[in-house]
Design a binder for this molecule. Structure first.
Ligand SMILES: [Zn+2]
Ligand SMILES: [Zn+2]
Length: 536
């Protein structure tokens, strides 16, 4: 996920712009959390100095937090038409569309935000309208690439504006802030046009139904798949909410204009098996997405059967391996053929491999390279590559570090707080708050709740109540863990005579420790234990 801040001016009169404001997705390490986003506390405190949010392109890791964090920032937003359409849809969902000043800027345009003179330079990527930002200031020019690749034939949208990049290089670039995602991949990422050709062959070889899954945001891929389907005399059915959302946004922005009309899920039922192609969400194994529901046979209109084929026209995003392989195994078990980028040419990456990075550095010739958009190992490797490519300075940053790009040598001058926020249900919480950590502990070993009633003399009234959640019922010898907890309570109370039972907190803590100790001995694990002492 991305949140870049550029500042200009002395500390007492500084102005800021945000470039991109994205999210990442929760996983088993953050149970119950759908979205994770950067904590904007640093810039929120300086909101008066914030001139705007500029978005490079419409991927979730670049725009997904705008609707959630804008209320804390309340500044104008700048985006090209396709990106603006998708952001606007999210603002409508959050009910803040009319509050947010959204400025739709044309591709290749130039506009000023205070001391920042910002020019959009069209690149290519796996979504329409990827823009680099040439940010000019009185102290020099920074080229913020956003996500990009070199695609000589992107199929949807304009070609990369190499001429402009070279002119900017001639003008003089103080620093490039550049995509590191594929720095370990040699060569080039390949062209969408080649995938489109290959998809025709792959689909033609499928005798029955075909489902293809990809990221809905990859509009060029949607077009490649739709045209390949037409070439194989198949009609396309869009399946999944985000397919419709993105296709609508793409058509609003003038893309996907010459495709044959899509078939509805319902009408597809009347077509022969070899005349339809389902274009589905869910390439990452997301449990609620179309493909997972089709595999589980819970989709209302679509079913696959033996002899059909599913093409994963996508890559595996690290962290999603287990759910994707699970989906693919279930397809295979049912005799459905699984085709992926490992066995067929059905996908190209949207990020620059090493040869493409080298060409970018040749065009732009920056004095300073600041690798971003990758894990620490990608960023470190990208810095090594930049130095090999004769960039005089390459700086390895981590989240929160404030780098002075000019004047003088590039230097880390400060560190801003750079935490994370979790969207938990409808509530944004601080990642350090402890709620999710507690939830993880509960997931690991469950919980024991105890209530104990004591009178003023410290005598136990009634039986202590014990409730277990997420524990096995009994140990290997047939002793129930409920009895184990009750025995531990009795033993602990025996050690504590009634006159020393005056302090509720001390009693609760004693019981808590006794139960945890007993569980560890009998079970080998410690549950969370909560004890309520009620005094009457
Ligand atoms: Zn990205
Ligand atoms: Zn992207």
């Amino acid at each position: 996920m991305n949140l870049n801040l550029y500042g200009f001016g002395p500390e007492d009169d500084r102005k800021w712009i945000i470039v991109d404001l994205g999210v990442t997705f929760g996983d088993e390490r953050t149970p119950g959390v759908d979205l994770i986003m950067p904590d904007p506390a640093f810039i929120e405190e300086r909101r008066d100095e914030l001139l705007g949010i500029v978005l490079t392109h419409a991927h979730e890791d670049h725009i997904g937090a705008v609707a959630h964090l804008w209320p804390r920032l309340r500044c104008p937003v700048y985006a090209t038409p396709f990106t603006a359409t998708l952001v606007r849809a999210k603002l409508i969902e959050e009910g803040i569309e009319s509050d947010v000043p959204m400025n739709v800027v044309p591709l290749g345009s130039r506009f000023a935000l205070g001391p920042f003179d910002i020019e959009l330079v069209t690149l290519t990527h796996s979504i329409p309208e990827p823009n680099a930002l040439a940010i000019r200031t009185p102290l020099g020019l920074v080229l913020h690439t956003g996500d990009w690749k070199i695609d000589p034939d992107p199929l949807v949208g304009d070609e990369m504006d190499v001429k402009r990049l070279t002119e900017i290089g001639d003008e003089g670039v103080r620093a490039i802030v550049c995509d590191s995602t594929n720095v370990f991949s040699p060569g080039s990422s390949g062209s969408e046009a080649d995938v489109a050709k290959s998809l025709v062959e792959v689909i033609r070889a499928c005798p029955q139904r075909v489902a293809v899954t990809t990221f809905a945001s990859n509009v060029a891929r949607l077009e490649s798949i739709a045209k390949a389907a037409a070439a194989c005399d198949r009609r396309v059915v869009l399946v999944g909410r985000s397919m419709f959302r993105v296709v609508g946004a793409a058509q609003d922005a003038g893309y996907l204009a010459d495709l044959p009309p899509f078939l509805t899920e319902h009408d597809a039922g009347y077509f022969p098996r070899d005349k339809v192609l389902y274009l589905c969400t869910g390439s990452q194994g997301e449990p609620r997405a179309a493909l997972a529901r089709i595999v589980e046979d819970t989709h209302p209109n679509i079913a696959l059967s033996e002899g059909d084929a599913v093409i994963f026209s996508s890559r595996i995003i690290p962290g999603n391996e287990a759910s994707i392989f699970d989906l693919q195994n279930r397809l295979a078990e049912r005799g459905i053929r699984v085709i992926t980028e490992r066995d067929h040419f059905v996908h190209v990456s949207g990020h620059p491999c090493r040869d493409e990075l080298a060409r970018m550095y040749q065009w732009v010739r920056p004095q300073v390279a600041v690798p971003v958009h990758g894990e620490a190992r990608h960023i470190a490797e990208h810095a090594v590559l930049a130095r090999e490519l004769q960039v005089p300075e390459a700086v390895v940053l981590r989240n929160g570090l404030m780098l002075r790009l000019a004047p003088g040598p590039a230097e880390v001058i400060d560190e801003a707080p750079a935490g994370r926020l979790y969207l938990d249900g409808e509530v944004l919480i601080d990642a350090d708050e402890g709620a999710i950590q507690e939830r993880r502990k509960l997931a690991f070993a469950g919980a024991v709740f105890v209530s104990l009633v004591l009178d003023r003399d410290g005598k136990v009234r009634g039986d202590p109540q014990v409730r277990l959640m997420g524990l096995p019922e009994e140990d290997g010898r047939g002793v129930s863990f409920e009895d184990c907890a009750l025995d531990a309570i009795d033993a602990a109370l025996d050690r504590l005579p009634p006159k020393r039972r005056g302090d509720d907190d001390a009693v609760a803590e004693l019981l808590r420790r006794a139960i945890r100790g007993a569980l560890r001995r009998e079970w080998g694990k410690k549950a969370q234990v909560e004890v309520a002492v009620i005094r009457i």
